[in-house]
Ligand binder design. Sequence first.
Ligand code: FAD
Ligand code: NAI
Length: 470
Amino acid sequence: MAGTEMYDLIVIGAGPGGYVAAIRAAQLGMKVACVEKRPTMGGTCLNIGCIPSKALLESSEHFHMASSGLAVHGVKVSGVKLDLKAMLSRKDKVVGELTNGVAGLLKKNKVDVFEGTAKLASPTSVSVTPAKKGAKGRTLNGKQILIASGSDAIELPFAKFDEKQIVSSTGALELTTVPKHLIVIGAGVIGLELGSVWRRLGAEVTVVEMLPKLFGPLDRQITNIAQRVFTKQGFTFHLGTRVTGVEKKDGQVVVTAQKDGETFKLKGDVLLVAIGRRPYADGLGLGEAGVELDPQGRIQVDADFRTSVPSVYAIGDVIAGPMLAHKASEEGIAVAEKLAGKISHITYEAIPWIVYTWPEIAWVGHGEEELKEQGRKYRAGSYPFLANPRAKTMGETDGVVKILADAATDRLLGVLVIGPRASDIIAEAALAMEFGASAEDLARSVHAHPTLSEAIKEAALGVAKRAIHL
Ligand code: FAD
Ligand code: NAI
């Protein structure tokens, strides 16, 4: 190893956690280095996660609308054809522009970026091994080190990813032909988002899920609606079903599954395994450095994001909490501000979740079953998009807004939306929860007419059993 540098902060990983922390720390006057082993910035989210998946969801929705969704509006279209190559290259272009944009932001903020694999060499130094063969490694010295190394897809031991036929989300974003039959293991966020992309482009999609419902602990009223709508869209679900084996045979993937003691086989041309992600800290030398993990393999941190080694911090997917880009970024800002001696706070209960299917699904706070489990008394109000004028004009009436508020104080405990543009609608609810608002606050706020967000107002009125338009 050659060369020594001295930094206030060395950030490992340039995902939404790491690059945001690096920029905020630089804004606060720190000398910052960021080490990233990918040649491009932005981590999982920009390269192989949020952005490429949303680009394909957007394009595939256009294809679906053009193919079969416009006639109802009196627009006749014929000869609609899929140019998958163009769709994939548009996605790559969007990714390229955004990852370059992050590189530009880091440069503008005078963050020194090092391409290579980082390893903790001591509590205050990081060795960087460049990917390029023959290139010289170096050691960076820093007062503090921040690990933002993210997460990776979980693999089934009997279904190793080849990223062509047995794919993780990464391979599912790159398929060069539309599968005839896509089998998905896991009815979670990735399974339904990427399943939607290929379903809209013409694939038959079968989802196998070990739990009896979609989306794990999410409110059952919402997941029941989701299951009904996705089934109408042509998805086939095998819920409460355990996959026991996967083999490749005659160019096909054969999945063996068990439900209620019965074994059956499914044959498809591509298998997407989307059973969750694991914190990724491989090769960082955490054991030697004395950085402790929790029983789930995540880096253990205190309320200031400090690990068991006092000069080493961690944020994002590699620590506990939801694996979401905006959560990682908020933690990046919070840790940089804490290191600069400022007070910083994240309201974890007000972090919104969004599934970008159609209809979209979005929520903040708790669902009904969770509140029951916690023994909390609540009042519920809900409002269907069928009764919302804007949704009617759009022809998008599937779904509902549901608001749960404390029975005694009326403080918001959860807002759940399944419906058109739920991703935009939820922003108001997240802000309201951040401010500790009540259902009455939402009910008394003026909502423009005709908008989808009027459904929030009506659901909030519904908490006090005084909805007007129902
Ligand atoms: P990451 O983004 O994973 O970044 C970590 C970086 O660290 C990586 O670039 C990695 O190369 C680098 N690294 C790791 N180890 C080393 C090392 N030793 N040396 C140097 N560099 C290293 N979240 C949302 O909020 N909205 C979405 O719509 C969304 N969609 C998603 C879709 C998919 C298909 C996937 C897979 C994920 C999606 N996510 C989404 C989740 C989101 O991508 C993550 O929560 C987010 O990227 C976590 O940020 P992070 O900075 O903690 O880690
Ligand atoms: P997930 O946790 O959302 O869903 C995994 C599903 O697989 C669960 O329903 C689980 O019960 C099921 N499962 C687990 N093991 C199984 C098995 N052996 N057989 C059958 N089913 C099994 O995980 P997913 O979809 O892989 O996504 C990982 C994470 O990535 C998400 O939890 C989220 O944090 C992030 N993400 C966020 C997105 C967003 O915000 N829109 C989009 C995509 C990913």
